[in-house]
Design a binder for this molecule. Structure first.
Ligand SMILES: C[S@@+](CC[C@H](N)C(=O)[O-])C[C@H]1O[C@@H](n2cnc3c(N)ncnc32)[C@H](O)[C@@H]1O
Ligand code: SF4
Length: 458
């Protein structure tokens, strides 16, 4: 058994998801346009050398009640055009500050629903990127797609524009679950979409599923997983539904329908984990699964898995991330910077200043070390404090001091058999995977500050 009801009850507390460190709740509005540009210039001499780009398209034809992403609906064509022009302008401005000998290795398009805008806009932005950046030969360019708006000919167009990865948001196959969350079902059978993606030569194809949604049962999610396995994609993500209506008011309506209990959620996690592993997938991080020959599984084996706001990536290909578009987050070695979230305000700011920074955070040296440790635990279920001391070129004693490390802080996890500590190596056991957020919190001195609202860890 991976999950144990007693442990779920014991550890199911509110905590950061650690998609960044410090978590986005620590970003502050003292950080503005000038700080961002200074950080961009600094990033030219920091690691990793390569460049990753994130493009945010904050538009959806219809908004799902469960969604935690920053997105809007009801946009007009002229407004969309102004948005695209603003993104192009932002790319032109920021790229002029980036050392052009650095290679672009990764582009990720997220949203919102990037595949629901006109494809001529997608082409316009990809052309700007190709013009302003030097693409590495083995670059990755991925796009998140909602199958309710995806035609087979769109997949051909994406290929033509240079995309080589597609992620499809399925969430659940059941129409009543989709209806409860205000989501349209796929336009075509998902099977046809996946086979077209494969025929066009895309790699690393992913599907997103969510457990813990209204009307889902352990039995129904089991069937969802069975159908997902049959699709035979390279990657499958099973997100735990994050319900935070105080932060995302659109989620409030779901309270009237109700949710599976945390025990049922834990069982959904457990069963999906077992089924996916039994059918040959490798568990990657908390909620991702990949085929054993997929780059994620290989990176995990080599302890080179990495994570950013866009999800998992490999240390080999990922670079510092430069975000474009409303609400996008740039993730540089020394700073995080987030753009204005409302599209109309973002457009106005870009038209006026070329930039639209809302808030950000400059990391101290110690925070970079803590980030490195938490990333390692979250991605690779493992951290070797001696390796950390070598990587940052500081004594081991200093690393331990920065994270307030003492084995006794982990006594409960050790006695619950969630992890082991030997010779400065902390290893999360299979049983402990569900609790990696709780484990990471023990390395985080900022957790005491309790800034912001977090979802439950399980
Ligand atoms: C931008 S959407 C993906 C693309 C497209 N908009 C779609 O819905 O298919 C990103 C993913 O985040 C996940 N997600 C959104 N809100 C969530 C929440 N509250 N809890 C857990 N996962 C969530 C969903 O699985 C979704 O597919
Ligand atoms: S889940 Fe996707 S389609 Fe639904 S509102 Fe969120 S971004 Fe839009």
């Amino acid at each position: 058994m991976l999950t144990d009801k007693r442990l779920v009850k014991k550890y199911n507390e509110a905590g950061p998801r650690y998609t960044s460190y410090p978590p986005a709740t620590f970003f502050n509005e003292h950080f503005g346009n000038d700080d961002y540009i200074n950080s961009v210039k600094l990033s030219n001499n920091e690691r990793p050398e390569s460049v990753s780009v994130y493009v945010h398209v904050p538009f959806c034809p219809q908004i799902c009640h469960f969604c935690g992403c920053t997105t809007e609906t009801g946009f007009s064509r002229p407004f969309l055009e102004r948005y695209i022009d603003a993104v192009v302008k932002e790319i032109e401005f920021v790229s002029s500050k980036i050392d052009n000998s650095r290679k672009l290795t990764q582009v990720h398009w997220g949203g919102g629903t990037p595949n629901a805008i006109s494809y001529k806009y997608i082409e316009k932005i990809t052309n700007t990127l190709k013009d302003k950046f030097d693409f590495a030969d083995n670059y990755e360019m991925a796009i998140e797609c909602n199958p309710a708006h995806l035609e087979l000919r769109h997949i051909e167009l994406l290929k033509k524009f240079g995309f080589n990865r597609i992620s499809i948001g399925i969430q659940d196959f059941r129409d009543d679950v989709l209806e409860a969350i205000n989501r349209r079902p796929s336009k075509r059978p998902i099977e046809d979409i996946i086979s077209k993606i494969s025929d066009e030569g895309f790699r690393g194809t992913n599907i997103d599923l969510v457990y813990g949604l209204p009307l889902q049962t352990v039995e129904s999610f089991r069937k969802t997983i069975e159908r997902a396995i049959k699709l035979n994609t390279d990657r499958i993500v099973t997100f735990s539904y994050a319900h935070v209506p105080s932060v995302i008011p659109r989620q409030k309506v779901l309270d009237d329908i109700g949710f599976p209990s945390s025990d049922e959620k834990a069982q959904m996690y457990e069963e999906s984990y077992q089924s996916l592993i039994n059918s040959g997938y490798v568990s990657v991080g908390m909620d991702h699964y990949s085929k054993p020959d997929d780059e994620f599984a290989v990176a995990l084996k080599e302890k080179k898995l990495h994570r950013n706001f866009q999800g998992y990536c490999t240390r080999e290909t990922t670079g510092q991330v430069y975000g474009f578009g409303a609400s996008s987050i740039s993730q540089l070695d020394s700073a995080y910077s987030q753009n204005i979230k409302t599209t109309s305000e973002y457009i106005q700011s870009i038209e006026k200043n070329g930039l639209a920074v809302l808030r950000g955070y400059s990391l101290s040296k110690n925070e970079k070390i803590i980030r490195h440790i938490i990333n390692s635990v979250m991605c690779n279920y493992y951290v070797d404090l001696e390796e950390v001391s070598e990587y940052f070129n500081i004594p081991l004693s200093e690393v331990k001091e920065i994270i307030n490390f003492s084995e006794s802080n982990f006594d409960d996890f050790i006695s619950d058999k969630l992890l082991t500590i030997q010779k400065n190596i902390i290893k999360v056991n299979n049983r402990g995977r569900l609790f990696t957020r709780n484990i990471s919190m023990r390395f985080d001195p900022l957790i005491e500050k309790k800034i912001g609202t977090y979802s439950k860890t399980i």
